[in-house]
Design a protein around this ligand. Structure first.
Ligand code: ZN
Ligand code: FE
Length: 260
C-alpha cells in the first residue's frame, strides 16, 4: 500500500460529558471511528458530512468507548476491530501486539500496541503520525489503574513514549485542565508545564479542545511519562520515601492523583 496516497484527517466528535470519539477520514466518502461510546453523535456527523462508516476501532471494553458499537454496526455494517476481551461482543477481528490493521477503503494502516494498565486488554492504534490511545495516556495524565499494576502501566507508557516525538496524541477524554492542576502539584517548577497549563486554561475558557497534543510535549509535561525524572521521583518520595525511578514512582503519583 502506498502510504503517501492517503492524507489522514481526524475530527473530534464530542460525546457524553468529556469523551472524544475520533472520526478518521481521507478525503473520500468512507470513514472510521475510534471508541464510539454513543451512536447518536456519530450518526449526526455522518448525516452532516455525508460520510459512510466503514470501520470501528475499539481500544478497550468500557461502555463510554463501546456503547454505540452495536447500533452503528446494525445501521452501517461497519467492520469492528478491537482487543481480545469477552466483555466486547461481536468483533470482526481480534487484535494483538504488533498486528497491522488495514483500512483499505481509507488507504490507511495502523499498528496495534498492547497497553494494559487502565484495563487488562487495552490496546492503542498508531499510524500516519497519529496515536489513538483511549484511556491509557491523556494529555498531562494517564488512565486510572482499574485492572493493571503500576508495573504494567509503566511498560505501556514506555511503549507509547518511544513513538516519534511529533506523534499527535488522540486520547479519549478532555481531562487536560484538571490533569494540569495535578501535574503542577507534582512539578511546580516545570516551566514547560506551566506554559502548557496556561494555554490549556485559555483554550478551555473559550470551550476549545486541548486534544490532540504532541507526544514530545507530553514527555516534557506529563508526570506519568516522567517517572524517572528526579523532580517527579522527589514528589513521590514525599509520600513514600522508598519510591524509586519508574513503576514505584508511577504508583505513588497515580495513587496521589486518585485522591487529588
Ligand atoms: Zn476507560
Ligand atoms: Fe473512558
Amino acid at each position: 500500500m502506498d502510504r503517501d496516497m492517503a492524507e489522514i484527517t481526524v475530527t473530534a466528535i464530542p460525546a457524553f460529558a468529556d469523551n472524544y470519539i475520533w472520526l478518521v477520514s481521507t478525503g473520500g466518502d468512507q470513514c472510521a471511528v475510534v471508541d464510539p461510546g454513543d451512536a447518536g453523535p456519530v450518526e449526526q456527523v455522518l448525516k452532516q458530512t455525508g460520510l459512510e462508516l466503514s470501520y470501528i476501532l475499539i481500544t478497550h471494553h468500557h461502555a463510554d468507548h463501546t456503547g454505540g458499537m452495536a447500533e452503528l454496526v446494525s445501521s452501517h455494517g461497519a467492520q469492528v476491530y478491537g482487543p481480545a476481551d469477552s466483555r466486547i461482543s461481536s468483533l470482526d477481528r481480534i487484535l494483538a501486539e504488533n498486528d497491522t490493521v488495514s483500512l483499505p477503503l481509507l488507504e490507511l494502516e495502523f499498528r496495534v500496541l498492547e497497553v494494559p494498565g487502565h484495563t487488562r486488554s487495552h490496546i492503542a492504534f498508531y499510524g500516519h503520525g497519529c496515536l489513538f490511545c483511549g484511556d491509557t495516556l491523556f494529555s498531562a495524565g494517564c488512565g486510572r489503574l482499574f485492572e493493571g499494576t503500576p508495573e504494567q502501566m509503566q511498560v505501556s507508557l514506555d511503549k507509547l513514549a518511544a513513538l516519534p516525538a511529533d506523534t499527535q496524541v488522540f486520547c479519549a477524554h478532555e481531562y487536560t485542565l484538571s490533569n494540569c492542576d495535578f501535574a503542577r502539584a507534582v512539578e511546580p517548577d516545570n516551566v514547560q508545564l506551566l506554559r502548557r497549563a496556561s494555554e490549556v486554561e485559555a483554550a478551555r475558557a473559550i470551550g476549545r479542545s486541548t486534544v490532540p497534543s504532541q507526544l514530545g510535549e507530553e514527555l516534557a509535561v506529563n508526570p506519568f511519562l516522567r517517572s524517572r525524572e528526579p523532580s517527579v521521583i522527589a514528589a513521590a518520595q514525599k509520600r513514600n520515601p522508598g519510591a524509586e525511578a519508574g513503576a514505584s514512582t508511577l504508583a505513588e503519583i497515580r495513587a496521589w492523583k486518585d485522591s487529588f
